[in-house]
Design a protein around this ligand. Sequence first.
Ligand SMILES: Cc1ncc(COP(=O)(O)O)c(C=O)c1O
Length: 369
Amino acid sequence: MTELTRPTFLEIHLSQLRKNLEAIRARVQPAKVMVVLKANAYGHGVDGVAPYIAPFADFIGVATLEEGIHMRTLVADKPILVMGGTLPEQIPAFPRHNLTLTASSPDLLRAASQVAESTGQTLRVHLKIDTGMERVGVRDTEAEPFLLEAAQTRGVEIEGIYSHYANSDAADLTHARLQLERFNEVLHLYEKHSLPPPTIRHISNSGGILQLPEGNFDMVRAGIMFYGVYPMLETQRTVDVRPAAVWRSRVSYSKVTPPGRPISYGSLWTAERPTRIVTVPCGYADGYFRRSTNQARVLVNGKSYPQVGRICMDQFMVDMGDDAAELGDPVTLLGEGIDAYDLAEWAGTNAYEVLTNISARVPRVFVTE
Ligand SMILES: Cc1ncc(COP(=O)(O)O)c(C=O)c1O
């Protein structure tokens, strides 16, 4: 640790990520595995995660063009699918950065074709079918003319076709099964019209990988479970994956507070007897949810204590009762028994938001052992 090392940091165990990927691969083979590295690798730090994991992945998924362009600077030789909404004026950047476009409408497909024709470059495309998410994509009921038009469209290589589950992580899989059925019906249209289907058909996210193996097709898209977190508490844990992130900090102030002196903004917590209150240099600007005030718990020196008083932008306080603490003592905010579901419950959100909310101000420290 140097004078410039921030005491609050996120430790990322890259070898655990690799183990998670191999566990996913073992479950879905021979299907390919796309590793979803959007949103700063679900908060884990894309600059460290992407170069390490790319050699073991078949495909990389990102949400936005900007993420795709950045990814291409980190990973030279793996296909990158931009999955989120793209506007027509963004399309010229796709061939320039060797990115794969999601064509979620006939208009986008036509715009892609125009770009291809005018630049003389072929655009690699995955068609997006909406089987029941109602977010982006051509609805399964309207897919037939879309597929036929795509098959005729010049300048584009229709490499893939995909859909996205809304509820594959739930205990009740009725809606997910309906989506899978609709996707299969769309794929049968290729047979009906004696057309070769795209070579990469995919629908499964983490929930699908865990609970609907009949939907693996040619590739799965592994997001949250690649980071060792199951999408929901109720999702069946059919693959053994483990978290790779530990959020650490250190005690930056330690004192005994007398009763009757409320802690922090809004005076939301007051000790009833003299108690040791330590300060942790991490706050909601780091992504430690303000709304988990008086709900959260952390480990100090490996023991669990309650967070007390309003969580501030850059600091929060912890009640250690009669225990002793020194400046610099280790604090764990996530990991070592505190999981993303705990933080999610305290803040009234889900594990996805917990991870992706950890802000850029928190340094990511990558370890490979
Ligand atoms: C299109 C698409 N595919 C795959 C994923 C990965 O999902 P998960 O993190 O649940 O595995 C996402 C993430 O939301 C997504 O938007």
